[in-house]
Design a protein around this ligand. Structure first.
Ligand SMILES: C[S@@+](CC[C@H](N)C(=O)[O-])C[C@H]1O[C@@H](n2cnc3c(N)ncnc32)[C@H](O)[C@@H]1O
Length: 269
């Protein structure tokens, strides 16, 4: 399998987000993080800036809790899906959400927020040190003094990262909203230990018409816990909590996530 480079990293950070309907279907059962981010939003009093807002999964819940939210994403199909979801909501809730298309690394709004969030692995799409630093600079730029940044990324699993890149890991039948067909789903995993980038190729095999089979790559930067805390420290944040799930469980062999709440120590110079 190809080594990650700038071009295939880009493909791997976009392909998975080219169908907002598929994204919503794939993650419809993911609810455990929504209450966590909504509670932080309520505590902050708002407004909230969500980086990598996607289809509005979290932003809409924050708006329903009565808090204003600005959501930013670089992928048009995800924002289109978010707009469709917003259209179905009462006017009052809808008007609490503002959506903007932008790369989070370059975002510079003329507004400050007491809380910036990046839920569900958004930070894993920042691959190099320079990209990660630009991400943190964006957060610092938009936080009010002493404001908080909350996000979650996966906890790297050394056993999973050592998986055979040639092996297909079967995942059952998956209906795709694109055509309603139930595809035979499988995944290939390859990990580059130097860049810490993992590529997951999601393989959708058509049950009859093989020529209609397709693959979707997803590339994610892995962050080891002590590395993540160092990055936060050297980028002007103090870690308030760093847990293995959204209920505060310590990071360990049985946890999959890293959930971080950090407070800004110094604004962007
Ligand atoms: C896994 S989704 C999470 C979406 C949403 N936060 C949620 O919890 O459902 C990651 C999102 O980050 C967005 N994203 C990735 N890199 C980005 C960047 N550099 N700037 C803005 N958005 C980005 C993707 O387009 C995608 O919508």
């Amino acid at each position: 399998m190809a080594k990650p480079n700038r071009r295939n990293r880009r493909t791997g950070s976009e392909a998975h987000y080219e169908n907002g309907g598929y994204y919503d279907q794939a993650y419809r059962l993911r609810r455990h993080d929504v209450r966590f981010y909504s509670n932080l939003a309520l505590e902050s009093g708002g407004p909230v800036l969500e980086l990598g807002v996607g289809t509005g999964r979290v932003a809409i819940a924050i708006a329903q809790a009565g808090i204003e939210v600005v959501g930013v994403d670089s992928m048009t199909p995800m924002l289109d899906q978010a707009r469709q979801r917003l259209d179905r909501l009462p006017r009052k809730t809808r008007h609490r959400v503002e959506l903007r298309e932008s790369d989070l690394q370059r975002l510079r709004l003329r507004r400050k927020f007491p809380l910036v969030v990046a839920p569900f692995n958004v930070w894993m799409h920042l691959y190099t040190r320079e990209e990660i630093e630009r991400g943190f600079a964006t957060v610092r730029h938009h936080l009010t003094p002493g404001g908080r940044f909350a996000f979650d990324v996966l906890l790297p699993d050394p056993v999973s990262l050592a998986r055979d890149p040639a092996k297909r890991y079967a995942g059952g039948l998956v209906p795709h909203p694109r055509d309603g067909v139930r595809y035979r789903y499988g995944e290939y995993f390859s990990y580059d230990p130097m860049t810490q980038v993992e590529t997951v190729v999601m393989d959708f095999e058509h049950p009859v018409k093989k020529e209609q089979s397709f693959c979707t790559p997803l590339t994610q930067r892995q962050f080891f816990p002590a590395e993540l805390e160092s990055l936060l420290h050297y980028n002007g944040f103090r870690v308030e909590s760093h847990t293995g799930d959204f209920e505060g469980k310590p990071i360990g062999a049985d946890t999959e996530s890293q959930v971080v709440v950090a407070r800004m120590q110094r604004p962007t110079p």
